[in-house]
Design a protein around this ligand. Structure first.
Ligand code: PHE
Ligand code: CO
Length: 292
């Protein structure tokens, strides 16, 4: 059955994508045969640019999973990826027309199904795109679904979303998604690495997030994070740094009900350091993104 297009954020502009073909749960068919040769080639160009930024910058879990995906030459068939993913962590990916309403999104995650946008950006959007497309969703999000701990975190997030709806706490939960799933950094013995999909699928933010002296890299602290609004139109002034996916999973496992109540009663915090707050120095700048 067809569903009404959703509006997104403050914009009244409908999101891109053909919602008339979506089912009640907002999933649709990928219709792989409809991608043109030009689209496959554009996808391959995006892929090549982004993998060049990964050495010494993306976390190991991301890099190793990406290698087994082998999705660099064409827009892959979602069914092929799902087959692998089911074997690894019990996740699968499902096609969607584009951005979907929060409730549908959380329901899919809670059932270990990750929604992937079917359409690809236009050539003039090579460097920057406002809405997530098939490249962002696949390249950015799918690799870490092969990691068992991160895979469990994503499901917990979906369940947490369904719960937050009843607690009027979606604003806080959105911050958690933003600062971890989309823009998260992780500390390793060899320095900071990126695990956030929004950074890893972006043309310039990988380097900026790790080595620029400008942004803050604040040690992950749940309440601090929940109180910190983010920017949607520019590189961040602050990232949050986890020590491990286990730490992230454990820190977010407790019932958020009292935590939401607490943070809702307190003022928001800036993306600037607070007195005594633990943060990380930037990685030394790399000569080229390629050299370690
Ligand atoms: N523990 C959270 C709650 O009770 C749910 C959650 C888990 C949210 C993991 C995000 C990530 O609401
Ligand atoms: Co995303």
């Amino acid at each position: 059955m067809a569903v009404a297009p959703v509006t997104y954020g403050a914009s009244t502009r409908p999101p891109r994508g053909d919602y008339s073909v979506a089912r009640d749960d907002y999933t649709c068919d990928q219709r792989w045969e409809r991608y043109t040769p030009e689209e496959h080639a554009l996808y391959a160009r995006l892929f090549e640019r982004q993998i060049r930024q990964l050495p010494g910058q993306a976390c190991d879990e991301f890099v190793s999973a990406l290698q087994r995906l082998g999705m660099e030459l064409n827009i892959p068939r979602f069914d092929d990826i799902s087959r692998d993913l089911r074997g690894a962590t019990g996740w699968e990916i499902v096609a969607v027309p584009g951005l979907i309403p929060e409730h549908a999104f959380f329901s899919l995650l809670a059932n270990r199904r990750f929604p992937v946008t079917v359409w690809l950006r236009r050539p003039d959007e090579f460097d920057y795109i406002v809405e997530p497309d098939v490249f962002h969703d696949l390249f950015g999000h799918v690799p870490l679904l092969f990691n068992p701990v991160f895979a469990d975190y994503m499901q917990a997030f979906g369940r947490g979303g369904l719960k937050a709806e009843g607690l009027d706490a979606l604003e806080f939960l959105a911050r958690l998604y933003w600062y971890t799933v989309e823009f998260g950094l992780i500390a390793t013995p060899r320095g900071l690495r990126v695990y956030g999909a929004g950074i890893l699928s972006s043309a310039g933010e990988t380097q900026y997030s790790l080595t620029s002296p400008k942004p803050q890299r604040i040690a992950f602290d749940l309440e601090r994070l929940l109180r910190t609004p983010y920017k949607i139109d520019d590189y961040q002034d602050a990232y949050f740094v986890i020590e491990s996916f286990e730490q992230l999973f454990r820190a977010t496992a407790p019932d958020f009900t009292p935590i939401y109540r607490e943070v809702a009663a307190m003022p928001p915090l800036p993306q600037q350091p607070l007195p005594g707050e633990r943060s990380y120095p930037p990685n030394p700048a790399q000569g080229t993104p390629n050299n370690n």
